[in-house]
Ligand binder design. Structure first.
Ligand SMILES: [Zn+2]
Length: 113
């Protein structure tokens, strides 16, 4: 389950921000996760709770926004939305797609005090 190491990465970022900005408690964490990032959102919530236990983010609520997958179809020469890597173009059925968005995870913002 790679969500555990992703969650640890998020916690590292939070702790780095806390050291730089001097906050002691995190109340909310907003993440954006691309549909093509291969991240299971339920597993991510579980892992986040596990790794933040006993840290400054122990009571933080985790808000996750799913970002739709985007790809460029080389057959129709336009951008399309896909929900899974390896899906064909919804317009022409071609598999010659290049993923252009929704393939990563980003820490968007923190609510702190
Ligand atoms: Zn197409």
């Amino acid at each position: 389950m790679h969500e555990m190491s992703l969650a640890e990465g998020v916690l590292d970022l939070i702790e780095k921000n806390a050291a730089e900005q001097g906050f002691a408690r995190v109340l909310g964490v907003h993440l954006e996760i691309g549909e093509l990032a291969g991240v299971d959102i339920d597993a991510m919530r579980f892992s986040f709770d596990a790794v933040t236990s006993g840290t400054l983010a122990a009571e933080a609520t985790l808000d996750i926004r799913a970002v739709p997958g985007e790809a460029w179809c080389m057959s129709c020469c336009h951008g399309v939305s896909i929900s899974r890597r390896g899906d064909p173009c919804p317009d022409c059925g071609s598999y010659q797609l290049q993923v252009t968005g929704g393939n990563d995870m980003m820490l968007k913002s923190l609510e702190v005090e």
